[in-house]
Design a protein. Structure first.
Lengths: 325, 283
């Protein structure tokens, strides 16, 4: 009952944010130098005048601005994102076709980076006074400072070109026509490099985020009590310290989701991973603004979805939080 | 202990400062050592490092001098990092100050606005902004500033919230100072240290963002940048990995140095907080 209300509230908030993003997109099209019709058509300058006139009529570009805004918003509200004249397909179809690949990539990278990041951070907190703890934090700082796309390229050089262990491009072997488990294995092999390189940066963030709250939690009275009870230090680390430190980590992890979607644009570009990030790069190269704005909208929606999910997980992890919103 | 002594006690920060100094030197010497445009084709393409005298890092796919590009790129990276951070501060500080000082409805409205910008995926927004405004140094600076001000606003707001009922603020109010004067002359100077620390870290993030944008082909077509060099060499990575390697290393070192300097500034500017943190980590 409580959850239903909560989800409803969050969805309402999400709708408001998405509406604002649609308006924002509309303003961007208006601000762009040149003819909005040309922008919608994905043409830079020289283009068929008759075609542009058709577009102007179709999108009501000869109407006053507020009518145009209404048309634009209600269009997207009915899931009409327009047409990509470059790819000769509706924008929505293009995006939906590519969405599963992005979800697979970001989902894997998210789980991987969160798991390994928390593990590394917990180890660094436990060894705070030792060299090994400092080494973990130094490595985390190094990954944090490394450009995502560069790590990806270097991974291609090392693991695909030089060692020839893993495939460098695409999501599956073209022409192999694999089915069943063989196909799953093939995709998994293609997934390793993109998911790892995307995850490294976030792993560094989660490592840094885990250490501080764990050190804080280790100061609490209940830890002293547990120690006085004679519990083993491993049990205290896992069940008393980590569990309490986990809550702020989950919140921050949700906030990082937006960056993960952004990072996927770079990773997918390097690895030719057929997701919406790669699609965004293609739209960028072809100056296909309608498609670009559609993907922008979807990536924002994805972030909001991530946030709602982490919010729910947070509440499952800590039953003390009842109705904070 | 003096400010610099406190800063230098953090050895990582000192190392960061030295690296940063070297990169600034690179940027400053670029027009002297390589007075020609880094876009000029000067030798046969695909020269490996040290293959020909005078071309320590070889040439790229078009026969341009990689070392020249690297040094000119240092200037662009630092410039865009600094200016976009400054613009982000100009947006974020007043917003956070007003929200934190006044509280209530104004705070609510401003924070919702900030939250909205935080929800939008940063990098995607930057891409869309630069693509629509057309790539140029100005549009890149504007885009990076627009995606990076929200943390500033949140930080300044939190500081103002905690300081606005301090006695010296109440005293200033009592003697009839205006809100603007109190914000600018009484509270703001007391929030400077965390802002400086955050700003140094933001310069690092801005440099990463700029490199990612130019990697995707959204760099200013008139200036040479590290991200562009990596992006242009991407398709030939199998034949000439060094073309992507060195500019990436330059980005890595710059961002690392800025992060180390930021941590050092944090130690030096907030000594009480740091000491507390060290005690905590020691027990």
């Amino acid at each position: 009952m409580l959850y239903a209300r909560l989800i409803l509230m969050r969805l309402l908030k999400a709708i408001v944010v998405l509406l604002l993003i649609i308006v924002f997109n509309f303003v961007l099209i208006q601000l762009a130098p040149g003819d909005p019709a040309a922008i919608l058509a994905g043409e830079a300058g020289a283009s068929d005048e008759q075609f542009l006139q058709q577009l102007r009529e179709r999108f009501g570009l000869d109407q006053p601005l507020y009518v145009q805004l209404w048309e634009y918003v209600s269009g997207i509200a009915t899931l009409d994102f327009g047409y990509s004249y470059r790819q000769q397909m509706p924008v929505l179809d293009l995006i939906l076709e590519r969405l599963p690949a992005t979800l697979l990539l970001t989902g894997t990278a998210f789980v991987l980076s969160l798991g390994l990041g928390i593990l590394a951070g917990a180890m660094a907190a436990k060894r705070a006074k030792r060299v090994s703890g400092s080494v973990i934090m130094a490595i985390a700082l190094l990954f944090y400072a490394t450009p995502l796309f560069w790590v990806a390229l270097m991974a291609v050089v090392l693991f695909s070109v030089y060692l020839d262990w893993l495939p460098a491009y695409g999501m599956f072997t073209v022409g192999a026509e694999l089915t069943g488990w063989a196909h799953v294995l093939d995709v998994a092999k293609h997934l390793i490099l993109p998911a790892t390189t995307l995850g490294l940066f976030f792993m560094a963030i989660y490592t840094r985020m885990t250490r501080a709250p764990m050190l804080d939690a280790a100061q609490q009275d209940f830890v002293k009590t547990a120690r006085a009870k004679g519990l083993k230090s491993g049990v205290i680390q896992r069940r008393h310290i980590l569990r309490n430190a986990l809550l702020p980590i989950i919140t921050l992890a949700g906030l990082q989701a937006g960056q993960m979607v952004g990072g996927a644009i770079l990773t997918e570009t390097v690895f030719a991973w057929p997701g919406i990030g790669r699609l965004m790069y293609e739209a960028l190269m072809q100056r296909d603004y309608n498609l670009l704005l559609g993907i922008f909208f979807f990536s924002a929606a994805l972030v909001i979805l991530f946030n709602i999910v982490t919010d729910l997980v947070y509440r499952l992890a800590d039953p003390r939080i009842k109705e904070a919103t | 202990m003096s400010f610099f002594a406190r800063f230098a006690r953090n050895r990582g920060a000192l190392a960061g400062l030295i690296i940063l100094g070297l990169i600034m030197l690179m940027a400053a010497l670029a027009p002297i050592l390589f007075p020609e445009s880094p876009w000029r084709m000067v030798q046969r393409p695909f020269l490996a490092p040290f293959e020909v005298d005078g071309f320590w890092l070889g040439t790229d796919t078009m026969g341009r001098n990689v070392a020249a590009g690297l040094m000119h790129g240092a200037w662009v990276s630092l410039l865009i990092g600094l200016v976009s951070t400054a613009v982000a501060l100009v947006i974020g500080v007043p917003l956070g100050a007003v929200a934190g000082y006044h509280g209530g409805l104004i705070d609510d409205a401003l924070m919702r606005f900030t939250e909205f910008f935080q929800t939008i995926p940063n990098f995607a927004l930057a891409i869309v902004l630069v693509a629509i405004m057309q790539p140029s140094v100005t549009s890149i600076v504007v885009a990076i500033a627009l995606v990076s001000w929200p943390p500033v606003a949140r930080l300044v707001r939190a500081e103002f919230l905690s300081l606005r009922h301090r006695e010296y603020v109440e005293a200033a109010r009592l003697i009839g100072q205006s809100n603007t004067t109190i914000i600018l002359r009484q509270i703001l100077p007391n929030t400077l240290s965390p802002i400086i620390v955050l700003a140094s870290l933001m310069v690092a993030t801005a440099i990463l963002l700029e490199s990612a944008l130019s990697f995707l082909g959204l760099g200013d077509p008139n200036v040479m940048s590290w991200g562009y060099m990596i992006g242009a060499a991407r398709t030939v990575i199998r034949q000439a990995w060094w073309l992507s390697f060195f500019p990436g290393l330059a980005i890595l070192l710059t961002v690392l140095a800025l992060n180390l300097v930021g941590e050092g500034l944090d130690d030096a500017l907030n000594p009480r907080l740091t000491r507390k943190r060290h005690q905590e980590s020691a027990t």
